[in-house]
Ligand binder design. Sequence first.
Ligand code: AMP
Ligand code: ZN
Length: 466
Amino acid sequence: MALRFYNTLTQQAEIFSPLQDNVVRMYTCGPTVYNFVHIGNLRAFTSQDILRRWLRARGYRLDHVMNITDVDDKIIRNAAAAHKSIFDYTEGYTKAFLEDTATLRLERPERLVKATDHIDDMASAIHKLEERGYTYRSDGSVYYRIANFPEYGKLSHNDFSGIRAGARVDVDEYDKADARDFVLWKAQKEGEPGWETPLGPGRPGWHIECSVMAMKYLGETLDIHAGGVDLIFPHHENEIAQSEALTGKPFVRYWLHSEHLIVEGQKMSKSLGNFYTLRDLLEKGYSPEAVRYLLASVPYRKKLNFTFDGLKAAATSIERLRNYKIRLETSKFPEGSNEKMTERTRAAQNAFEAALDDDLNTAEALAAVFEYIRDTNTAMDSGEFRAGNVQEALDYLARFDAVFDVLCPSASAAGLSEAEIEALVAERSAAKKAKNFARADQIRSELAEKGVVLEDTKEGVRWKRL
Ligand code: AMP
Ligand code: ZN
């Protein structure tokens, strides 16, 4: 089966193919850098990472642009309260964002672009919209007249035809009930930062940022645009209105939206105060891989209910995967190769691929892997799994890990010294002698968690780092 994505625009699962060659031109809405990102935001970015990795696994090259929103109402307000310029204020949070995403092993997009580096491009796009009659001015600000774009509402599937013409909204975030003409350029207010442009002194609205930066780097029609479901309206609806009014061409071919991470039934968000940052969870002792696994394990179009039990279960799943890999690498299996096992590996690989091809169904993909592990563990116990089957199983795990990326322990957890390892190995041997197998197994898992593999040989225990 071919790779398929659910397209918010058409409300259908569609077979994916890029417009040109095998390069996927993709844009994702990045963070507004006025605070640390929370794991709700990181869920959206993690699903985009899975998307990136699966597209590559399917042979595509990527040209992926992500924006950093480094000017908006919240940034201006917070920077003023901190007595900092918006540049000084956003710099630290941009750095923190890059650190957090690296900790979660999210690949860097090919281009990370800042709104404030593109003010002139935005001003000239707004000027072009003015020339085409899509705008009007009021008190030095420029607004987009949605009545002049009859297709307004086609992404969010709302009928806005009865909307009161001329009513305006100045804030960037609002919901359907407030659908109005939206602001493209905000006149500079007393004491606020602004840029001198032919439009007059001011700053861009949030929506124009993404239209301009997306088309500057990726051309007039993108293959994929992704973001959280909260961005469908108004942000992405407005991006379409702006971009298509500028070019007369379809702006995006596939719109992919990820559902929210929720806590006790509510969206995790800064304004509700019900959020955890990645840093909070690491401080509580959870590993970045466990957080990554949890965020990736629920298919992106389903809500993900965050609980600490879920996070613990994620850590346990990773341990099972690592122990399985250790078993493959250190056990002595009977000579030869079992064709039935080769078949089993091939079937597991196919199931894994079919699940991800099906609109990135990560839950099904993980189920395929764990079923395979259970079956082959049983086959190892019974002697059916042979030495000649090891490499294909390792290859399968490697393919899994190219997408999920949880097998290798993070450096922060792997900081055991040789002396510490030797001490644990000795303690394990003593525990085994005393028939305290529970403790012996616990030490083996503890070492595995930290990337140390044990091998029981006739000469004693050998260990190596993964
Ligand atoms: P923001 O910095 O608020 O613009 O958000 C950055 C990204 O995180 C956007 O794609 C949002 O849709 C997404 N996002 C915000 N809150 C959540 C949440 N609770 N669950 C999932 N994604 C979210
Ligand atoms: Zn955007």
